[in-house]
Design a protein around this ligand. Sequence first.
Ligand code: MF3
Ligand code: CO
Ligand code: CO
Length: 298
Amino acid sequence: MSSKHKVKIGRNDPCPCGSGLKYKKCCMNNRSVSSVNIKDKYMQKYKIMLKTEKDVEGIRQAGRLALETLKLVEERIQPGITTDEINTIVHEFTVKNGAIPAPLNYNGFPKSVCTSVNEVICHGIPGDRVLKDGDIINVDVTPILNGYFADVNKTFFVGTPTKDAKKIVAVARESLRRGISMVKPGNRVGDIGWAISRYAEGEGCSVVKEFVGHGVGLEFHEPPQIPHYGRRGHGIELVPGMVFTIEPMINIGGAALRILEDHWTAVTLDGSLSAQFEQTILVTENGYEILTPFDPDE
Ligand code: MF3
Ligand code: CO
Ligand code: CO
């Protein structure tokens, strides 16, 4: 962490180290102390836990497992498979690799993965739904490996995609890319959502507002929230060591949603297709590192 990225403390302000001296007479030019201070500041002010290099390596390893899990699922997706079979694949592979599926029993969620088909926006519960040719399905995987969480999801085609399926999946994927491209120290949380909604709405699609990206790493959902809409230049300043997800949910129809009687499944109110992609992102000195990187050609 270099001092140029910290949130401004005035030269004549009291030094945040608590010495009682003016900042300029104390820690102003001391990089290591400054970076400790910003960690304290982000915790006190925003409850954001900036990650250490050790934390980041732990999340990276969880991310590697999450991606392998998604690859395994992708190989098995075809017309005729049920969402429960996907749950079994994810559960068994996660446990076999010494990890815990974070969704299982999380606030009462009954399964090890979220499977969201067609008009389901997110939090679909695996069950006996049989996938059919032309469906799209989002699979959202979050293993806990050695105490570290990585959160990643992708939307897959089942068999041959329809025209609408191709469109919404392409727009959701590009929305995530546009959001990620805004991640660098000095930019703000609002820049991410601004870039996403400007693009997605420009493509005639809509952005879900009720579910947001989130800090992640030592817990499933940590501060801050990362909305997929926002105002350019507004919100918390991004600083190195922040780890959060970006996970835009994009609808081909309207943005409105409802929750089914299972208290989890979120569906589009108009029944239109919804797609999502999610990555876990680290803010670095110069920009970002994706801790759950998809294949380079995606
Ligand atoms: N993985 C989801 C996310 O991206 C959260 C799922 S919560 C669950 O934040 F309980 F439904 F698993
Ligand atoms: Co998430
Ligand atoms: Co997720």
